[in-house]
Design a protein around this ligand. Structure first.
Ligand SMILES: O=C(CO)COP(=O)(O)O
Length: 254
């Protein structure tokens, strides 16, 4: 079956040229498990993509944090999937909760973005996750299923999709989901994929967790059977990101 562990670093809207160079140099010097064991993808803001791509070690890859929903043109301020492909950027994060909530990206828009990005040859980290109110109302499974459905309705090839479960209440709050909470939702998502796509897609699609992951909590989370890696925010700007990458070893020995 072999779902390769995946660790993404979402730098969000952070960094200066100097800081970016420093992070890249820390990553380049790090001793980490081989790319047979873990896939590492870092996602700087658009303006730093060329710098990071040209200076980052070849076994790590880069992702954009968003892209336009269709072919480029008169869309001021947007960056198209074709441009990312033109720059040799292999990955894009889509549907992050900050874009869903702050920029009103709907489930349908996210689904359309995923479909278009895939059609252009990009690989996609597609994000889903419930708010605290939704969790407290007992609707977590329903919410993440609806978000996943809007993506699945427009995706035929899941080989290039990583699904990121990022509970909104755990993002940037220091309040991490417990390993049991993460496992429960990942299990539900895999079950949903099994019923609504195919057993093969369910077995092979990586479902990664994001929300206050750090060097101290990553191993316990990584040990859960349906947690196939992480999407890391704050800690991906710090040297502890290396420890998070190394948590892939937990899987290897499992
Ligand atoms: O949003 C996230 C990754 O996409 C998670 O952010 P934090 O790790 O800072 O909570």
């Amino acid at each position: 079956m072999g779902r390769k562990f995946f660790v993404g670093g979402n730098w969000k809207c952070n960094g200066t040229t100097e800081e970016v160079k420093k992070i890249v140099s820390t990553l380049n010097d790090a001793q980490v498990p081989s790319s047979d064991v873990v896939e590492v993808v870092v996602s700087p803001p658009y303006v730093f993509l060329p710098l990071v791509k040209s200076s980052l070690r070849p076994d790590f890859h880069v992702a954009a944090q968003n892209c336009w929903v269709k072919k480029g043109g008169a869309f001021t301020g947007e960056v198209s999937a074709e441009m990312l492909v033109n720059l040799g950027i292999p990955w894009v994060i889509l549907g992050h909760s900050e874009r869903r909530s702050l920029l009103n990206e709907s489930n349908e828009l996210v689904g359309d973005k995923v479909a278009y990005a895939l059609s252009q040859g990009l690989k996609v980290i597609a994000c889903v996750g419930e708010t605290l109110e939704q969790r407290e109302a007992g609707s977590t499974t329903e919410v993440v299923a609806a978000q996943t459905k809007a993506i699945a309705a427009r995706v035929s090839n899941w080989a290039d999709v990583v699904l990121a479960y990022e509970p909104v209440w755990a993002i940037g709050t220091g309040k991490v989901a417990s390993p049991a909470q993460a496992q429960e939702v990942h299990f539900e998502l895999r079950k949903w994929l099994h019923a609504n796509t195919s057993p093969e897609v369910a077995a092979t699609t990586r479902i990664i967790y994001g929300g206050s992951v750090n060097g101290a909590n990553c191993k316990e989370l990584a040990a859960k059977p349906d947690v196939d890696g992480f999407l890391v925010g704050g800690a991906s700007l710090k040297p502890e990101f290396i420890d998070i990458i190394k948590s892939a070893e937990v899987k290897k020995s499992a």
